[in-house]
Design a protein around this ligand. Sequence first.
Ligand SMILES: [Zn+2]
Ligand SMILES: [Zn+2]
Length: 279
Amino acid sequence: MPISNFHSHCNFCDGRASMEQFVQYAVAKKLSAFGVSSHAPVPFASRWAMKADDMPEYIQEFNRLKKLYATKIELYLGLEIDYFANEKMAVFDAVKNVGLDYRIGSIHHIDNFPDGTRWNIDGSEKVFKLATEQIYNNDVRKIVRRYFELSEEMLCNASFDIIGHLDKIVPNASQFAEFSIADKWYNNLMLSLLTTIKEKQIIVEINTKSFLGRGITFPNQQYFKKINELKIPVMVNSDCHYPDLLTAGFNEVYVLLKDAGIKSVITRKANKWLEVGLV
Ligand SMILES: [Zn+2]
Ligand SMILES: [Zn+2]
């Protein structure tokens, strides 16, 4: 049985259905809790983030649904907040007083192209390759190191509850023969990041967005044992943009977690994070 989901995108940002349609799906899937987490407004024009002007309506609509569905599901107000290399804390500061129930910290952008164009690490393989050539001197390891450097920086500078898709750089970096998640240098980066996460007591989301398509989670399932060893709390989220993918891959990933020795996941009840056992 799926437990809860705290990472999804409705049409306040780049999701493909209304907030209410997502809530109705969450009720139909019998989730005990559901969190809305649109992309927080960013300090430049974008097609994927919520507009700053829409924030009051986002909160108003959430409050309407929270009341309307109160007897059916617990709803929580969140945002997926970007940490940028250049603007640093701009986004975190902008949403400081919004009254969120929780915050997901994520990295989608690291450096810009020489002409100033922004580059999203999660775009096409072709654009990723172009970025490798133009920004990082044809060295994919430089991109990966830079991504992890910023992830560490985000953990030290910003305060949030959950780290989103922590190795999202992997699929695009894997198109290069010079990169493999089996590499020792890469494993050292991951272990260092997980150690910082442990110190900061942040929840790691196990993001299932690419599980049905590519058979991988973020962080990759090869780290589940290490996460268990470090006793880092985890929650399973789908990061879906369509309601029917709300719990995609959840049952399979619960099994993988259990196989790695992880016996419980984090959810939220009565406004508090708590662990629930995987049955
Ligand atoms: Zn994201
Ligand atoms: Zn997301």
